[in-house]
Ligand binder design. Structure first.
Ligand code: PD2
Ligand code: ZN
Length: 290
């Protein structure tokens, strides 16, 4: 079968075995097919999984470095067993309405109740100001014609409602509450939009270092729709030619395992044609966000 594994041997992976694992993974073999021969050779299932994950991660890291690309990191993801359409988010069951592997995008149904949406709009509505964009060259927030919404930030854990939603998101995405930024609420009036952008911080820009010191990169975004606009306001993913219609209580999640356009997560908020659009955005960081 392959070299380097003696029966009963548990966690040692020699070069020949590592090369065999990488070959199988690169050939697109499913995880079971890579694990089975190891288990047959006397590995425990846990040790085999650990070895395959370790070798694969090391290969991906080296491959990224060789290509001059940022190294991929672990990202938030719902625990989806057997393609289930309903997920347990702790205090609420959330539907999976659509799922794309590349870019990694999931549309959730019923993440927030109508009352929760209304309450966020009510509280945030009193504290809105014109949305700014952080300029990574100058290090200051600036108003930008590509972003014509109004918005405000809650501190993480600001009130009972924020804490409840944060805990639900943490359960749904299997990512600790303390790795998340506070909720941002945005209001788009007629004609307002958010031109396509990436949510991660560009590693090449001078202002990025200071932002990374507070919890590392952003690795995922969750845009929750707090109302259903009369017309327009979809969240668009131009690379995937995919757009998500804003529907009250639903949400679109996307993750990016490295700060690079290859993740395909360029996205924007299309102009609102009539009515208004309200969203709450949650950004998740690699590490504890302080
Ligand atoms: O409101 C949206 O649809 C949207 C689109 C793109 C929000 C964000 N980005 C964001 O908050 O980052
Ligand atoms: Zn965005």
């Amino acid at each position: 079968m392959h070299a380097g594994v003696a029966p009963g041997q548990d966690t040692e992976v020699d070069e020949a075995l590592a090369a065999w694992i990488v070959d199988r993974v690169r050939a697109g073999e499913p995880p079971e097919a890579v694990l089975a021969p190891l288990v047959e050779d006397g590995w425990s299932e846990d040790a085999a999984i650990d070895a395959v994950e370790r070798v694969t991660r090391r290969f991906l890291e080296q491959h990224a470095l060789d290509q001059g690309l940022p190294v991929p990191v672990r990202v938030p993801a719902p625990i989806v067993g057997n393609g289930s359409a309903v997920l347990d988010a702790g205090d609420r069951r959330v539907h999976v309405l659509a799922s794309l592997l590349h870019p990694r995008v999931i549309v959730f149904g019923g993440l927030l109740s109508d009352d929760e949406c209304d309450a966020l709009v009510e509280v945030a509505g009193k504290r809105l100001s014109r949305s700014a964009t952080f300029n990574l060259d100058s290090g200051v927030d600036e108003v930008h014609e590509g972003r014509t919404s109004q918005g405000m930030f809650f501190e993480r854990g600001a009130d009972a409602l924020c804490r409840r939603i944060e805990a639900r998101i943490a359960t749904l995405l299997d990512w600790p509450v303390d790795h998340g930024e506070g909720l941002q609420v945005l209001r788009y009036g007629p004609g307002a939009q958010y031109r396509p952008h990436h949510d991660y911080f560009d590693p090449q820009r001078p202002g990025t270092k200071a932002l990374l010191a507070r919890g590392g990169q952003r690795v995922a975004s969750l845009v929750m729709y707090l109302n259903t606009p009369a017309c327009g306001g979809a969240t668009t993913f131009p690379d995937a030619r995919f757009e998500v219609a804003p529907v009250k209580g639903n949400a679109v999640f996307f993750s990016y395992d490295r700060p690079h356009p290859m993740t395909g997560t360029l996205h924007g908020g299309a102009p609102v044609v009539s009515g208004e659009k309200w969203v709450a955005t949650k950004w998740l960081r690699e590490r504890r966000y302080v």
